[in-house]
Design a protein around this ligand. Structure first.
Ligand SMILES: Nc1nc2c(ncn2[C@@H]2O[C@H](COP(=O)(O)OP(=O)(O)OP(=O)(O)O)[C@@H](O)[C@H]2O)c(=O)[nH]1
Ligand SMILES: [Mg+2]
Length: 421
């Protein structure tokens, strides 16, 4: 457990161990602690209770809940976090026993997203996810509402619940409409920008694997300005918004690279759904780069989570190149056919560019053209968006050897065929 920051909340993390190995639980608890840290909560203690069943009222055993309550009191803890989704009534019962705020893993993830969301789109998506997570829990509040209604006025609690439910549903509906507009606006802008003629590559992978670092490393070797760099940090969910950059190196065809939100095991379903529009940039990619933190002891499980999440967003049929990152931290020799890189030491980054080029070469048209000087506009258009190996200034026009994206080829087929030589 790391040092406590006086600005942060103090927390205790709790899990039940049912049919899970010690090492699995240890990994889950470490990840939960990291999630809490990303949410500005410092963890001062953790509890794992071995059990055969879940206690319907308090999730863990009631005795254990009281033990934790006294620890909460001794250590001035302000929040207790459970490594599992809790029902509304479990949260309420635990809060009554512990007298502090009780959260579950999903709450923490949603909280990180809401604290970190910067764009309007991300904010809308997070609020929708939070409300959708609240809604079924409100139903569990029915009991409490009825109690509040009291014996004389039965049904008042139920009415209040219905009212709350309806208000939340209306809010979700209006947020979804707003999100749709923001999304359309973004799509129009990006269509104007790239006209689909440049290869689109998206970075995917577990959170903290080094996706943003790879984006920055590629921007460095292609000598882009500093302000184009994206945010990278040793923290879960450092990236919440989509960032797209043109990677234009004179030795390779240019392509658009998109950095996006990372995945985590048991990513709340409402969040995956809400983030659909951000994750659509993954669906629209021609190629995925699956970045793996090869130094992580659970890298295989993390890879599996990424594959599962890609299936959930229906992006699993897009061609994918797997890249093992952070190999500078791996002591043993790695026997693999995958690309092994280190963003930190800038090792083998060219292999990434080679692999992307290889992938697109398969589809690109390799053309020798003679473009007459009267059509200089077309030459510039080609030069701007496609990869030209060399240009000779012939007496009749620009003599070029180029690689042309199929979309560009189809769009300008008549002209290209006229200029073939
Ligand atoms: N040692 C080492 N550290 C690396 C390497 N690549 C990235 N890191 C570090 O790993 C941490 C996470 O990197 P990011 O690029 O922010 O990871 P990400 O996949 O974008 O994470 P999310 O945005 O949270 O999904 C940062 O502290 C990086 O400096 C590497 O090759 N070696
Ligand atoms: Mg990132």
């Amino acid at each position: 457990m790391k040092e406590v920051d006086s600005m942060n909340d103090l927390g205790i993390i709790v899990s039940l161990q049912i049919y899970k190995s010690d090492s699995q639980i240890q990994y889950e608890m470490q990840e939960l602690e990291q999630l809490c840290n990303a949410c500005h909560i410092d963890i001062v203690n953790s509890y794992v209770q071995k059990a055969d069943t879940i206690n319907a009222a308090t999730y863990i055993g009631k005795g254990k809940a009281f033990d934790i309550a006294s620890d909460v009191h001794d250590k001035n803890v302000t929040v207790v976090i459970f490594n599992h989704e809790l029902s509304g009534s479990q949260v309420r019962n635990l809060e009554t026993i512990m007298q502090v705020k009780v959260m579950d893993r999903t709450d923490v993830i949603l909280e990180i997203f809401s604290k970190r969301a910067q764009t309007k789109e991300a904010n809308l998506q997070v609020e929708i996810a939070q409300l959708k997570y609240t809604l079924p829990r409100l139903v569990h509040d029915k009991v409490q509402y009825d109690r509040q209604g009291g014996g004389r006025n039965r049904g008042a609690g139920e009415k209040k619940l219905e009212l709350n439910k309806r208000r939340i549903e209306q809010r979700i509906h209006s947020l979804e409409r707003e999100l749709e507009l923001v999304k359309k606006n973004r799509e129009n802008q990006s269509n104007k920008r790239n006209k689909n003629t440049i290869g689109k590559v998206a970075l995917v992978g577990y959170t903290n694997a080094g996706k943003s670092s790879l984006m920055n490393a590629l921007l460095h070797i292609t000598q882009q300005e500093e302000h184009k760099l994206v945010f990278e940090k040793d923290m879960l969910f450092a990236t919440l918004d989509t960032n797209t950059r043109l990677i234009d190196n004179k030795n390779y065809p240019a392509f658009l690279l998109t950095d996006t939100v990372g995945f985590v095991s048991s990513l709340p379903h409402t969040l995956v759904k809400a983030f659909h529009s951000t994750l659509e940039s993954v669906n629209q990619a021609d190629l995925l780069l699956h970045i793996v933190d090869r130094s992580h002891p659970k890298y295989k499980e993390q890879m599996e989570t990424t594959i599962q999440t890609l299936k959930e967003i229906k992006a699993h049929n897009i061609p994918m190149i797997t890249i093992y990152n952070k190999t500078d931290l791996v002591q043993e020799e790695i026997h693999t056919s995958e690309i092994c890189i280190s963003c930190k030491t800038k090792t083998n980054l060219n292999q990434v560019l080679e692999a992307i080029t290889q992938h697109f070469y398969k589809e690109y048209y390799e053309l020798d053209l003679l473009i007459p000087y009267e059509d200089t506009n077309f030459y510039h258009n080609l030069h701007k968006s496609q990869f030209i190996n060399e240009t000779l200034l012939d007496e009749k026009g620009y003599k070029i050897h180029c690689l042309c994206h199929p979309n560009f080829y189809n769009e300008h087929m008549q002209r290209i065929q006229k200029y073939l030589c």
